[in-house]
Design a protein around this ligand. Sequence first.
Ligand SMILES: [Zn+2]
Length: 262
Amino acid sequence: MVKRFKIMPHTVESFPVDTETVVRVLKRHEPWYRRNRSGDLRYFAVCPKCENPIQLVNVTGQMNPDGPQYGKHESKGIDGFEFFDGDLLRTCPFVTKNANPQKTDRHPLSETSRRIIRIAVENFDHIVRILRKEFGFNFKALASNMLDDWFSARAYNYNGANLENIPWMIAYFSRSTNLYGQFLTDDRLIGAIRSKVPHVANRADGQLLSCPGNGRMDLRFSTLHHRIIPLKGEDVEERLTFIQRAVKPRPSGRGYKARFSI
Ligand SMILES: [Zn+2]
């Protein structure tokens, strides 16, 4: 059940599926407001994750005030929406629901793979800004290596890749990386590191440094467990787990863990 919609493929902004928003954003214009296969006037838009066309249910016509408002994927392309990809439809999290792809699962290079690559390259600065906000450090000198890892793994063909999760998938496919020298902004992450590594120095500007005599710190982070979780009412949530663990100057046991919703 798709709870948000985009106006067209290749756009970034998405909107909640509710009558007021749908009428304000899509107005009563074609190709969004049109007759469906049953001849009823309905709104259409695109899924934010796979960009295939969706029909918006219970936002116009005879509405059920107690029923959910949501987007339903069309099984084939429709006039006015130039994009339809059956492979991506089958792997869209809203369609697969609880089918969790293995990290090694790949499909052949497709038009969608090419679009994912284009978005990753052309919007890389924006992707890094999202990662900074989500992960709580600045990815100093790391981001381009992560993009290289993502290309090496052909992660644009990963079965769990979609047009909405590109920043998180770049983190997911990067190797375990040292946080030493990074500028930290997340208080929970800073507190967790300080509790495990007492001699760590976190400067006023946020940079994580080792104290003299500590040797070079090795505070690794990894991003694991991309999961598609079914929620109530046929909604789904994509999740990813961030783990930070001190390897040097001494192993810190379980380390710090945070879970992201994509
Ligand atoms: Zn979709």
